[in-house]
Design a binder for this molecule. Sequence first.
Ligand code: ATP
Length: 283
Amino acid sequence: MIVTEKAPAKLNLSLDTPMRYFDGSPQWDMVMVSADLADYVTVETHRRPATIKVYTNSSFLPNDQRNLAYQAAHILRSRFHCKDGVTIRIKKQIPVAAGLGGGSSDAAAVLRALNNIWRLGLSLSELAKIALTIDSDVPYCIYNKLAHITGHGEKIELLPPQPHYWAVIAKQKISVSTPQILRQINYEKLHHLNNEALLVKLKEEDWQAATKYMGNVLEPLTMNVYPEIGRLKNKMKELGADVAQMSGTGPTVFAICHTESRARRIQNSIRGFCRDVHVVTLL
Ligand code: ATP
């Protein structure tokens, strides 16, 4: 049986971390939304060969157990003692290692597809629990809806859907290592966000007011190494973005706009110094 799942990119409308757990991993306090910039993940199961194979159209990606999509198939197969082989084909459109959660979204897509193919009957929250064993953003990517995420990434509160906003997603040619940035966090120096106020506004469905409380506490860490991220962000703001900020640990910067024309204007103005630019709707 073959199933194709859409695996959208995520954007961090707010990203904060109140503390580190004993194991060194950050406790998260984030609001995420998905954008209509997506990979397409086709999953096929077969009796023989009883192996997991991953194929992608990206030469940058591993296709063995280092691929998060492979790990997703492996975990579900072991947990439910399925003996089938699994072939995964990923049409990659989300920039890699960009702070857009592409790998996490591919892994979540494989979990949803196999839940369907093997008729496991797992609810989304049961799938999200399994997803956490892969990576912290995978539980969110099971849902791909505007949500408040806390804990290690496993506590997910869905929020009212966003009104029809647009995003300009721009990735400069910079590589950022997420673990390296996370190790550098100095909790005494972090300027925390007012996520409570953000949640109130999002629940009131007052997005214009909510935009004032969006932010990413990790921006100074990544921008310290790559000041061009800050320059791109400022340019987007000058051009009239409602919000302009970094997603995840970067390097991607996104602008949120309430009209498509504003988003296109930003896209046209920044193309000169950033080629990888997408204008998309939020999901
Ligand atoms: P994170 O912040 O979760 O580390 P990201 O959103 O910045 O991730 P990804 O595109 O998910 O970026 O890639 C992060 C790392 O995961 C890369 O080093 C990449 O090689 C690895 N990876 C494993 N599987 C995948 C996949 N299916 N798609 C993209 N990257 C993958």
